[in-house]
Design a protein around this ligand. Structure first.
Ligand code: ADP
Ligand code: ZN
Ligand code: ZN
Length: 801
């Protein structure tokens, strides 16, 4: 009896969550294991696709003939048992295909790229064959092929005179370096030195080094240390003084050294939290803790000591942080405590660095993993604690397939490993806080700042009044007075421009024409650095218009407030102040975040002006003033979470002020001074905000009282997308109970993106046992449907927009 592998195949247009059966070649005597990647034939032609072995079993009699696995890509599984089980669960709960989930779990370097090759068929005429293929058996179809050649190939392909085959190529490569070690005894090396000519200084240095060498050294490092060339080393190898060999090395994303830190003496609240968490680790209990601590209350120290405990008990730790490129400080603190045992995973790393960190984890060499959203899939075993810092952050939810929330995955892993999860925040999501209310999560409180420093004093500035007093300006007089005061005292200021749903655009004063993207339903944003208008959705770019394209008037004006414009204004108001700007434009290059923060930390600037990026995680002792330039922009968004987002953002950014000895002060500029989210952020009263907001959510039947699913249909033709969403609405409604609420169908908030039209509906429900099957049905239907139409399903969406 032969063996059969159940394989999840990667066929983009024909996805299914059902594995396909393949015979395992008899020649393969070492068993195949689940989680290994294989290449299998698929469909009728010569098509080869990648797949993951899902299960292996003895062959059972079937009516149809099975195909055989073509080749095996991995010597051992790239995904372990836990991750395979998780993929199965995640595909079901996020309405994704298993293959999408499996690929999401792998580092990019391990994701296969397909190469396409053309091969001649037997009936290809010899002249064409010689001209196109020469002596080769096949040629690669790259996008660099000259058009003439491509045309000829296309013609021949349609006449079935050539075939196209797909080959899978893995991009993951192990970095190697040449290492050097002595090949002679000390006596022999000293003897060799005696024989040298007196002028052979470099060779003498090398021999001296080899005599005393204790650690392995790479050739490049040796060349640098001794200031010698590769020729000297090559000659030495030929003389038999040393041998060279290839060794695997890791690319280290954190090459910068960090100072080692020691555990701090905990205050009472911290101690209570650490004890509760450690007890759960020690007892292997999958408790979920909600660590609610005001900004600066020392949550990070709690995390670090809980991790230390897990490590002492021989277990490993996973720590998630929002967007790691925004929080280099926190990574530094973890690395400072646990050193080389820490692996870091985030999108700022190169594919190679990520791959190396991933392998260190996979091999058990790294025992603490710190990373952003996708680090929740780190192949860490024997987990003793999972931490999720700033658990309310929207970036934990992926807004593409699979649309998973890292918190749900963290909770799944905690059940799998029987270990606790700590969800930390100064402003927990309503969902998590509500679960703590019902005792499903255990609440831990850090009510005061470390060293009893008071929370910063906040002032709300009513910008409508400011406008009446003096000409339009981004800066109110009280805020400017405070900034000047800090400049005089040599203290530092953070200024935040909330850019959510807000940007600079160009409008004609005569006819009101606004320059829009030709591909999307959104106005173009003005970028002064590149002197162009850009679309933030599709990347379209065009020159800044000098005259109105509509009425040809010259009265065309810039509106809105970009960080660049604010920076210019600020420089005019404060000619002597040193200002750093932090936004997408100034942080595009690798390491730019870190550099800006380091400069600010070194007092190379007085003011850090930035977007939401500066709101999170920063801990600078000399920042005593925080100014929020426009608190309202998120409030105006038509979304059930807009108040929550506003409250969280204002509380976060206020928390950056006065974290050390000197007290902090905050100014919040707003056009809605009476709004409860702004009023309660001023007093940093999370509890009252929670109660107020819960009441509103209850009245409006919103999460966390209701579950929600968003379904989006998109197509290049508007009527196709619209017809599809109406049909979906009817289909779902027929299968659900009367208590389910359907919002829409409507065009999406941005109705056209990249030449595609988007229509959506949102379902709010309490209990719908049929819904999951109905939604999967939609997905499967959509694949069989006409090509262009796409259906996206977002379970528990972050917003309804
Ligand atoms: P949070 O994450 O809650 O905003 P942090 O963990 O950043 O707060 O702590 C704020 C500051 O207080 C940090 O500089 C930290 O080193 C310091 N800190 C934390 N715990 C203690 C402690 N027990 N004793 C002294 N300093 C502490
Ligand atoms: Zn666009
Ligand atoms: Zn005009």
């Amino acid at each position: 009896m032969s063996q059969v592998a159940e394989v999840i195949v990667d066929v983009p247009t024909m996805q299914t969550n059902t594995p396909y059966s393949y015979l395992i070649p008899a020649a393969l005597t070492t068993p195949l294991l689940p989680g290994m990647r294989v290449i299998v034939p698929f469909g009728n032609g010569s098509r080869k696709v990648q797949g993951f072995v899902w299960q292996v079993h003895e062959q059972v009699p079937t009516t149809h003939e099975l195909k055989t696995i073509d080749s095996v890509m991995d010597l051992s599984p790239v995904l372990n048992k836990e991750l395979l089980a998780m993929a199965d669960w995640l595909a079901k709960t996020t309405f994704a295909f298993t293959i999408t989930v499996l690929l999401t779990m792998l580092p990019n370097a391990l994701k296969a790229a397909y190469e396409r090759w053309a091969t001649p068929n037997s009936d290809l005429d010899p002249a064409s064959k010689k001209r196109l293929f020469g002596e080769q058996e096949k040629i690669e179809l790259t996008d660099k092929l000259p058009a003439a050649q491509l045309n000829e190939l296309m013609g021949l392909y349609r006449k079935h005179e050539i075939s196209v085959t797909y080959e899978v190529k893995s991009k993951g490569h192990v970095k190697q370096v040449t290492m050097v070690k002595p090949a002679m005894s000390v006596a022999e090396l000293q003897e060799a030195k005696q024989q040298l000519r007196i002028t052979a200084v470099k060779q003498a240095d090398l021999l001296d080094y080899l005599v005393t060498q204790t650690d392995l050294i790479s050739q490049p490092a040796l060349e640098k240390t001794l200031g010698i060339t590769s020729t000297v080393i090559k000659n030495a190898a030929e003389k038999g003084w040393l041998t060279r060999f290839q060794a695997e090395v890791y690319r280290d994303p954190l090459s910068r050294a960090v100072d080692k830190t020691r555990p701090l003496h905990l205050n009472e609240a911290q101690q209570k939290a650490v004890s509760a968490i450690c007890a759960a680790t020690d007892d292997h209990e999958d408790t979920t803790f909600l660590l609610e601590g005001v900004t600066g209350s020392g949550k990070t120290e709690v995390y670090l000591q809980a991790i230390a405990n897990a490590l002492e008990k021989g277990q490993n730790a996973l720590m998630l942080v929002p967007e790691i490129s925004l929080t280099p400080q926190i990574v530094g603190r973890v690395r400072g405590r646990f050193g080389k045992q820490v692996a870091v995973l985030h999108s700022g790393l190169s594919a190679g660095e990520r791959f190396d960190e991933w392998r260190r984890i996979d091999r058990g060499e790294a025992r603490v993993v710190v990373g952003a959203r996708s680090a929740v899939f780190a192949p860490l075993t024997n987990i003793g604690i999972i931490i999720m810092d700033e658990e309310h952050e929207a970036s934990y939810k992926q807004d593409d397939n699979p649309r998973y929330h890292a918190r749900d995955v963290a909770l799944w892993r905690s059940r799998y490993h029987h270990c606790p999860v700590v969800l930390g925040s100064a402003t927990p999501s309503l969902e998590s806080r509500a679960r703590a209310q019902k005792n499903r999560y255990q609440r831990l409180l850090l009510p005061t700042r470390v060293n009893q420093q008071a929370l910063p004093e906040a002032t709300i500035v009513d910008m409508t009044q400011e406008l009446q007093k003096h000409a339009e300006s981004t800066f109110s007089s009280p805020l400017m007075a405070a900034v000047n005061d800090r400049l005089a005292k040599g203290e530092q200021t953070l200024l935040m421009l909330n850019r959510r749903g807000y940007s600079s655009f160009v409008m004609c004063r005569d006819c009101g024409f606004v320059l829009k993207c030709p591909n999307c339903d959104i106005s173009l944003t003005l970028h002064m650095d590149s002197h162009s208008m850009k679309c933030h959705y599709c990347g379209h770019e065009e020159p800044i218009p000098q005259i109105c394209p509509n009425c040809h008037s010259h009265h065309i004006r810039y509106y809105g407030t970009g960080t660049q414009k604010v920076e210019t204004e600020l420089k005019q108001l404060l000619p002597t102040a040193r200002i750093l700007r932090m936004d997408v434009d100034t942080t595009r290059r690798k390491g730019a975040h870190e550099r800006l923060l380091r400069q600010f930390g070194n007092h190379e600037a007085d003011i850090l002006l930035g977007t939401q990026m500066i709101a999170k995680g920063l801990d600078f002792p000399d920042v005593t003033l925080v100014g929020v330039l426009n608190a309202d922009t998120a409030l105006s968004l038509p979304d059930f979470r807009s108040s929550e987002r506003t409250f969280q953002l204002l509380t976060q950014v206020s928390g950056r002020a006065g974290r050390a000895q000197k007290p902090g002060q905050v100014f919040i500029q707003t056009y809605n001074p009476e709004h409860y989210a702004i009023q309660l952020a001023k007093s940093q009263d999370y509890e009252r905000f929670f109660l107020t907001e819960m009441k509103l959510r209850h009245q409006g039947n919103y999460p966390p009282y209701y579950f929600a699913v968003k379904v989006t249909a998109s197509d290049v033709e508007e009527r196709v997308a619209a017809a599809a969403i109406h049909q979906i609405a009817a289909q779902l409604q027929a299968g659900m109970s009367q208590s389910a609420i359907v919002l829409g169908p409507t065009p999406s908030a941005i109705a056209r993106v990249n030449k595609r039209y988007y229509y959506q509906l949102v379902i709010k429900y309490k209990q719908e046992p049929q819904l999951s099957a109905l939604l999967f049905n939609l997905l499967n239907q959509a694949q069989k449907n006409r090509k262009g139409l796409q259906i996206a399903i977002d379970n528990n969406p972050m917003s309804f927009m």
